[in-house]
Design a protein around this ligand. Structure first.
Ligand SMILES: Nc1ncnc2c1ncn2[C@@H]1O[C@H](COP(=O)(O)OP(=O)(O)OP(=O)(O)O)[C@@H](O)[C@H]1O
Length: 282
């Protein structure tokens, strides 16, 4: 962990309450997980998980290794189907929908293990992500109609704008696989944004970054969040990133929610400290 969790005098918020959410209570609910559970054979990877994300919130999802964080993302994006519970996007259940349909409905994610088209240029990586939502079908693409060309130009223009936001314009024509690691992570975020999401799920975007890269990424996450007004759920082991950008933090341990609160509340929570100390000891 980049920054230590320290003991403090403030009483811990109870798990299940959402104290940090109060200010945002009036905003519309975008995504809701209700009583979400999943088991793999005998292992309960996630148990009775509840989360309400309101419009424009930036919420952190933290916990020791194997706590169930990526499982939450895999459930929300339709890669896994829950054993119990419901996931609602704009109050409509998305359980059982295919991942590409969930993307079309406005949920985008990045992956812990970067997934790019390494042999494509940086620009083409973003352009292909745009195509997951553009209207042009196969026939106009083959016939190269006027509408097809106009749409291609619009996609290229918007892809270049996104690259500029993610500070990757200078790499547009390079192959994705030749980018330094930190820039590949930023390209993943550009690809996620190109799908036109309402909800952005970031899975350890600062993984493997040095302190100055992770500081830069933190600023970028804040900028993207502000500029696009996206409801964002952030999994991150770099505590300095989570604690400085998130309005609210949910803490998992062994698939259970052990704390929910403001960054300050969770960093002082004895159960959270114990979970992380246990991880270090183990
Ligand atoms: N498809 C699967 N089959 C079997 N077990 C799985 C599967 N996916 C996840 N698990 C298990 O579920 C638990 C939670 O995994 P998950 O990847 O969600 O943890 P995490 O909190 O994201 O961990 P990390 O910080 O190490 O990425 C782990 O014990 C993991 O081995």
């Amino acid at each position: 962990m980049g920054e230590r969790l320290t003991h403090g005098a403030t009483p811990a918020p109870a798990a299940g309450g959402e104290p940090g959410a109060r200010e945002a209570d009036a905003l519309p609910v975008v995504l809701e997980c209700r009583g979400l559970s999943i088991r793999f054979g005998g292992l309960v990877a996630l148990s009775d998980f509840n989360l309400t994300l309101r419009q424009g919130e930036l919420v952190g999802l933290i916990g020791p290794n194997g706590a169930g964080k990526t499982t939450v993302f895999n459930l929300i994006t339709g890669i896994y189907r829950p054993t119990a519970g419901d996931i609602r996007l704009f109050d409509r259940s998305i359980v059982g929908l295919r991942p590409h349909r969930i993307t079309q409905l406005g949920v985008a994610r990045t992956f812990q293990n970067i997934r790019l088209f390494g042999n494509m240029t940086v620009l083409d990586n973003v352009r292909t992500a745009f195509h997951s939502r553009t209207r042009t079908g196969v026939i106009p693409a083959i016939l190269r109609t006027r509408g097809f060309h106009a749409e291609e130009q619009a996609v290229t223009r918007r892809a270049l704008e996104l690259l500029e936001t993610l500070r990757l314009s200078h790499r547009a024509e390079e192959l994705a696989r030749n980018l330094p690691y930190g820039e590949q992570r930023r390209l993943e975020i550009a690809r996620a944004l190109a799908t036109g999401p309402r909800v952005l799920l970031l899975d350890e975007p600062a993984a493997g970054m040095n302190p100055s890269e992770s500081r830069e990424l933190r600023d970028l996450i804040e900028e993207v969040h502000r500029r696009f007004g996206l409801t964002t759920l952030l999994i991150e082991h770099h505590m300095d990133v989570v604690m400085s950008v998130c309005q609210r933090v949910v803490v998992l341990d062994y698939g259970r929610t052990i704390a929910v609160g403001t960054p300050d509340q969770v960093r002082r929570n004895p159960a959270v400290i114990a979970a992380y100390l246990g991880e270090e000891a183990g």
